[in-house]
Design a protein around this ligand. Structure first.
Ligand code: CAA
Length: 258
């Protein structure tokens, strides 16, 4: 499918989506959001794709929601259209793992989008922030919740109430990203991680992702019960037999997602 604001490609078991509005720092326009949802839905259905990489440009992963489009919106229009809710919902419940390859500006809705991915690889040039306060609003795509869970109350308060940006190394120290690499290799590194994940059992990966995400929604007891049920369930998969047999036969497993 041809898109205007994103580029989509497939290499082996990895699907890559590249945000592509260079004239607007990859700001999330309505068109981009619609195209992103459509590409996510296609990769979700594609059984050959086991892991996604979502990236932007070296200059900007995304500078957030498109302010020029939002400027004329009323509260009633925001409510009645749900604004970007279909995107947050799609990506927040996405069953396949998503690796974010982040460089340059990762701001506002761009950071909120990234925080709903599963593994974040950042270029040393990446800058993270929730600057909505500077334009008289506040994060509206999960930022107050996900940033607070990632970096704790006090840093989240500082970032959201002042709009200050932090660099990649600080983001890593705070636990906001998992890896920081030189700017030449952030995309390659993200694809490396994605390929590593894609080589595992897709059934086990999917359930492990679901269980980790429950840590943010449930208390410890409920989360551990949920994890145990998923763990038992995996013993019904062919991949469990393949993985354990391969270990005993001293060979590499060939997982099929069954
Ligand atoms: N929306 C629309 N256009 C944007 C944009 C955005 N979020 N961010 C950048 N652009 C546009 C600029 O208007 C400019 O376009 P023109 O050339 O037509 O003027 C172009 O991208 C380049 O930007 P700058 O000239 O500003 O580049 P810079 O290097 O000086 O600054 C920047 C880069 C720091 C990212 C700055 O553009 C900026 O602060 N952008 C806004 C960031 C922001 O406030 N994001 C939050 C949006 S609200 C949100 O996301 C709500 C939510 O939670 C869902």
């Amino acid at each position: 499918m041809d898109y205007e604001t994103i580029q989509v490609s497939k290499e082996g078991m990895i699907g890559t989506i590249t945000l592509n509005r260079p004239q607007a720092m990859n700001a999330l326009s309505n068109k981009l959001v619609t195209e992103l949802i459509s590409a996510l839905a296609d990769f979700e259905k594609d059984e050959g794709v086991r892991c996604l990489v979502i990236t932007g440009s070296e200059k900007a992963f995304s500078a957030g929601a498109d302010i020029k489009e939002m400027a004329g919106m009323t509260a009633v229009q925001m409510t009645m259209t749900g604004h970007f809710f279909p995107l947050w919902d799609k990506v927040g419940r996405y069953p396949k793992p998503i690796v974010g390859a982040l460089s340059g500006f990762v701001l506002g809705g761009g950071l909120e989008l990234a925080m709903s991915f599963d593994v974040l690889v950042a270029s040393e040039t990446a800058q993270f922030g929730q600057p909505e306060i500077d334009i008289g609003v506040m994060p509206g795509g999960g930022g107050t919740q996900r940033l607070t869970r990632a970096v704790g109350k006090y840093k989240a308060m500082e970032m959201i109430l002042t709009g200050e940006r932090i660099g990649a190394e600080e983001a890593k120290t705070l636990g906001l990203v998992s890896r920081v690499v030189p700017k030449e290799s952030y995309l390659e590194e993200a694809k490396k991680v994605a390929n590593e994940i894609a080589s595992k059992s897709p059934v086990a990966v999917r359930h492990a992702k679901m269980a980790i995400n429950k840590a943010f929604e449930m208390g410890l007891g409920g989360g551990i019960d949920f994890e145990r049920e998923l763990f038992y369930l995996l013993f019904a998969s062919e991949d469990k037999n393949e993985g354990m047999n391969a270990f005993m036969e001293k060979r590499k497993p060939a997982f099929k997602g069954k």
